[in-house]
Design a binder for this molecule. Sequence first.
Ligand SMILES: Nc1ncnc2c1ncn2[C@@H]1O[C@H](COP(=O)(O)OP(=O)(O)OP(=O)(O)O)[C@@H](O)[C@H]1O
Ligand SMILES: O=C(O)C1=C[C@@H](O)[C@@H](O)[C@H](O)C1
Ligand SMILES: [Mg+2]
Length: 166
Amino acid sequence: MLYNRVFLVGFMCSGKSTVGRELAHTLGWEFVDVDEEIQRQENNTVAGIFQEKGEAYFRNLELQVLTQLSQRNRLVISTGGGLGANPVAMELMKNKGLVVWLDIPFQEFLERCKGDENRPLLKKSLEEIQLIYQKRKEVYREAHLHLDATKDVPSIVKEIVGFLNR
Ligand SMILES: Nc1ncnc2c1ncn2[C@@H]1O[C@H](COP(=O)(O)OP(=O)(O)OP(=O)(O)O)[C@@H](O)[C@H]1O
Ligand SMILES: O=C(O)C1=C[C@@H](O)[C@@H](O)[C@H](O)C1
Ligand SMILES: [Mg+2]
């Protein structure tokens, strides 16, 4: 296989954590979710880190954790919604593995994500979130593989495995 790592990127609630876990299981690889790894290292929630240390601190930590993880092999890495939209992170991921964009329409994001207390960005107005959604696509679209993430999880996993084995 050409790749040792798969990075999943996409907007909030596109399914990065859900698909990542299933994909790792199918490949027999390890799975790490960057948000969960940060929460473990900081012994705090994402919302708590944003509140107590600020967003810039969180964004810097995301990049550090991604760099550490990019040195491990046979690993599926689910990124946070903002990390995959950082051009520096995108460049790093593309050099280190297969980058997959899980793409969902804005409406689907609203339905899946509404009411989630642990996502600080959801405190912004709908107009602001929609702008962030549009802007992030400019970076997400640099991924190697662009998938319709409204499909069911097993179909998405199958597409990624098919691409890895092509
Ligand atoms: N393909 C899918 N079809 C239907 N529901 C899905 C699908 N993938 C994920 N979901 C659901 O959408 C919600 C968000 O999924 P998940 O937490 O995996 O997204 P995420 O991309 O990791 O979000 P975040 O950016 O906040 O980390 C969950 O309730 C999950 O069960
Ligand atoms: O879209 C974002 O900017 C974020 C998404 C989540 O995965 C977390 O990383 C955090 O809530 C920020
Ligand atoms: Mg997640």
